[in-house]
Design a protein around this ligand. Structure first.
Ligand code: ADP
Ligand code: MG
Length: 236
């Protein structure tokens, strides 16, 4: 379990966290739900080791981390296969083995015929599915997702979430999924940590027991949690 213990962090003019306490569940989808500017990306950057708490500590932080952002961030000059090989090369020496893993990840995100395409030839949804495949190909224990579905229409979001769940279903990682959208939070989170405005603290914590693949956005359990979330944000 990765634990934030009394973590404080400030930029020169902004106190983002003071005494944040949070326990992330292993091999589960931990959703960080909070308003824009509350410190969600800052929290992920502390998990990836790009920045460090100024006081307090993060226990059991992982060294190998995968990241998925709002934009796919593929290397434009090389093909999909080459983009995926780029991250795998450093950890798997055998070329045939790398190829096997890449092809199987592409199948899971339904892009088995797109390996030779260049990023510019992909639709936004296809590119984001490649970014997800890349995140799972890298042998990390921790996957950080920073608003990866932001700005997508409902149908596209559904298909990309489906691709994510296929990858995650085959190989669990500890996922920290950041969003400002309660629908996304209840669609994916096993745990939902609702953050306040900065300095951000945990306002509420929810657990969702139902399997992601069986959840419907109109489920009563999910509706109840969303109502709680709306109620808490309204009363602040
Ligand atoms: P979120 O991801 O929840 O929208 P961020 O973690 O990006 O929020 O930012 C939290 C706060 O810290 C915001 O007020 C933001 O303006 C500020 N901030 C973020 N990055 C920097 C930086 N590099 N320098 C100074 N202030 C920053
Ligand atoms: Mg952010």
């Amino acid at each position: 379990m990765i634990v934030f213990r009394n973590v404080s962090f400030a930029y020169p003019a902004t106190q983002v966290f003071s005494d944040l306490n949070l326990s992330l569940e292993e091999d589960r989808i931990n959703c960080i739900l909070g308003p824009s500017g509350c410190g969600k990306s800052t929290l992920l950057n502390m998990l990836s080791g790009d920045i460090f708490p100024q006081s307090g500590k993060i226990e059991n932080a992982e060294k190998r981390v995968s990241y998925v952002f709002q934009s796919p961030r593929l290397v434009p000059q090389i093909t999909v296969l080459q983009n995926l090989d780029l991250i795998l090369k450093s950890v798997v020496k055998d070329k045939a083995e790398r190829r096997k893993r890449i092809v199987s990840a592409l199948e899971l995100v339904e892009l088995e015929n797109s390996g030779d395409m260049y990023p510019v030839q992909l639709s936004g949804g296809m590119a984001q599915r490649v970014a997800l495949a890349r995140a799972f190909l890298f042998p990390s224990r921790l996957l950080l997702m920073d608003e990866p579905f932001k700005g997508l229409d409902v149908a596209l979001k559904k298909s990309i979430i489906g691709a994510f769940l296929s990858l995650y279903g085959r190989e669990k990682k500890t996922v920290v999924f950041v969003t400002h959208d309660p629908d996304e939070a209840v669609t994916l989170g096993d745990k939902i940590f609702m953050l306040s405005d900065k300095p951000a603290t945990v306002l509420a914590e929810f657990s969702v027991s139902e399997k992601q693949s069986e959840r419907k956005i109109y489920d009563a359990e999910l509706g109840k949690i969303k109502n709680e979330i709306y109620k808490i944000s309204e009363n602040r």
